[in-house]
Design a protein around this ligand. Sequence first.
Ligand code: BDR
Ligand code: CA
Length: 314
Amino acid sequence: MKRKNIIIDCDPGQDDAIMLLLAFSAPEKLNILGITTVAGNVPLEKTQRNARIITELAGIENIKIYAGCDRPIKKKLITAEYVHGIEGIDGAPIFNPKIPLEEQHAVDFIIETLSLSEDDSITLVPTGPLTNIAQAIKKNPKILNKISEIVIMGGAMKEGGNTTPSAEFNIYVDPHAAEIVLNAGKPIVIMPLDVTHKVITNTEITNRIEKLGNKSGKLVASMLKFYNRFDEKKYGSDGGPLHDPCTIAYLLDSELFIGKQVNVSVETKSELTLGCTSVDFWEVTNKSKNCFWIYDVNKDGFFDMLLRQISKLK
Ligand code: BDR
Ligand code: CA
C-alpha cells in the first residue's frame, strides 16, 4: 500500500484522541502532515491543548499541531462536555504540554500545505465540525485540486441523531460548513453513526486494552472508562461507540467496511431538523452521488486492528 499523506482535523474528545493514537501507530502507511484542531467537543483552547497532550503522551515528536476556527461559520458554538467531560479528554492526564502550538492558523496551514502539493495527493481526515475545512475551501478553492479524498466522521441516517432527534453532533455544530464540504465535488467517505454505533466497546475489550502492557494502552483504557459512562447510561450498552477511530481504521484497511455511493445533503434551514444528513440511500432523487456512505463494519476485525495497533505504541 502506498503511504498516504494525510491532514487530521479534530476536536479531542476521547474518541478523537484514540483516533490520533491509531494514526500514530501506522507511520509506514500514513504520513501525517499536520494535526489541525477546531472548536467542537470543547472550546478551541482545549481541543488544541488536548491534541498536544495526546501527541506528547504517545512520544511523537515530529508532528506539528495547529489551532483553527474557534466557532462555526454562522451558528453559535455548542460543545459536548456532558459526553467528554469538562476537559474534553477526561480520563487522560491533563497538563501543560511541551509540544508547542504552531503560530500559523490551521486554515492557513491547510491552504499552504495543499497549495504546495501535487494534484490529488492529500487525504483530509476531519473528525470534528467541518469549520476549518470549509473555511479553507472558501478562502482558496484552488486547493480542491490537491485533495484526493476526504474521510469524515459525521452524520446519521438509520441510527437517528445523537444531538437532536435527527442530527449527529459534528454536522449539527456547523451544518453550513458541512454543506460546503459535501458539495466540494471531491471523493468523500462518511463514517456516520449508522456504522460507528456498531463498534461499541465493552468491559472485556477495555480490559484487554488496559493489559496490552504499554502506556498508550493504559491511556486508552483510562479514557474509555470515563467516556463509556455516558453512552452506557443513554443506550444501556456495556461501552461507548468509537466514532472517530473509524476514519483511520478505514484508511488502514478499507475492507473492514461496507458502504454505498449516494447523495447526501445537509439541512441548514429548518429549526426542527437542522444538521440532519438527508441520505438518498434508495436513489429516489436524481441528485448526484457525492459521498461513499459507510453503513457496516467487521466489528471483530476493527477491534483486532485497534488492539494490534495500540500495542505498537509506547
Ligand atoms: C462525534 O461527536 C463527537 O462527540 C465525537 O468526538 C465524534 O466526532 C460523534 O457524534
Ligand atoms: Ca470528534
